[in-house]
Design a protein around this ligand. Structure first.
Ligand SMILES: [Zn+2]
Length: 329
């Protein structure tokens, strides 16, 4: 989807801001002075959502960690268009990405953006929220989301400013939910409803499943990772239990938090189930054998090493989380 306003990528692809003549000159100076490697060819608009079912649009994030180059575009972000308004489901990992997502919505519809729903607390899903404040939507999340974001706000902002760099991070802030979901709840977009279901602790303690009942599309957030190695920030036992339940659901399609735009149940869940089972089984066995965490971190779950991207970045952290949890079994 082509961008229509005057916001252009800089030559380094590391930020989006208007290029006036004056800052073009500045950019040329900066280019001349900076190491060549940072300045990859300019990218096209980075938010390019596809309509995966009538009125359902998904933008696919990259399989990367946050960087100045990707501006936090590492998680899937979606929106659903009804006859009365729009719901956004996750807003990507920076205010700039959120603004691009908003532009993409505006290219499709001028209906009001009534809801911004976050599937869970992680910065790559919530830091784009700030771009939607001007729409005065309800910000919607699991009833534990407000507390989780409140507690982690400072560390999330500091870590993401560091990873994204000041330009890509600019404008990003933590927006707390204004509507907390404690029981399964329907919201009406006009001609279609979204069912919001808060889950017990799994990927995090604030995972929310969103279902568009009209097209039978499930937005699973980070309860479903594909290609990108899963990350455990809640309970490996809770997650495996939830995956069993999710496998019994019927849906026309599911949208993962990281992975392709759409997948099918139950096959979509299988690699993640296999990964989490391998980690849990190995860690349990090593605890029973009296192994320490540092010993477990060298071997547990390594049968999965070649099956996932970003294994090196997240796997040992997952083993550490699983060890801490399963030690008390
Ligand atoms: Zn996550």
């Amino acid at each position: 989807m082509a961008k229509t306003d005057d916001t252009k990528q800089t030559a380094c692809g590391c930020g989006a801001y208007p290029l006036s003549r004056r800052n073009l000159f500045g950019a040329a100076l900066a280019l001349a002075a900076a190491p060549l490697l940072r300045y990859a060819p300019a990218q096209a608009a980075s938010v390019e959502p596809s309509e995966v079912a009538p009125g359902i649009f998904v933008h696919q994030g990259r399989y990367e960690v946050q960087s100045p180059d990707n501006r936090g575009d590492i998680a899937n972000a979606s929106f659903v268009v009804g006859s009365d308004g729009v719901a956004v489901i996750d807003t990507s990992g920076s205010a700039k990405m959120g603004a691009e997502l908003r532009e993409a919505i505006r290219a499709v519809t001028d209906k009001p953006i009534k809801y911004v729903i976050n599937t869970h607390m992680h910065p790559d899903h919530v830091l784009g929220n700030a771009a939607f404040s001007q729409d005065e939507p309800e910000f919607v999340g699991h009833y534990k989301l407000a507390r989780a974001l409140g507690t982690r706000k400072e560390s999330y902002l500091a870590a993401n400013k560091q990873m994204l760099g000041p330009e890509a991070f600019e404008g990003s802030e933590i927006i707390l939910p204004t509507r907390l979901i404690k029981e399964p709840t329907k919201i009406d977009l006009g001609g279609r409803e979204l069912l919001l279901e808060p889950q017990a602790t799994a990927h995090t303690d604030n995972d929310l499943i969103v279902t568009d009942t009209k097209t039978d599309t499930l937005f699973l957030g980070d309860l479903l990772f594909s290609v990108h190695v899963p990350t455990i920030d809640g309970s490996i036992k809770g997650w495996l239990t939830l995956l069993d339940e999710m496998g019994k659901r019927n849906a026309a399609r599911v949208v993962p938090g990281h992975g392709p735009k759409t997948m099918e149940l139950p096959q979509a869940l299988e690699p993640e189930q296999r990964y989490l089972t391998a980690v849990a089984d190995d860690v349990r066995r090593q605890i029973a054998e009296g192994k320490t965490l540092s010993e477990a971190a060298k071997t547990a779950g390594f049968s999965e090493k070649d099956a996932w991207k970003l294994f090196g970045q997240y796997h040992v952290r997952n083993v550490t989380a699983a060890f801490a949890e399963l030690e008390w079994d």
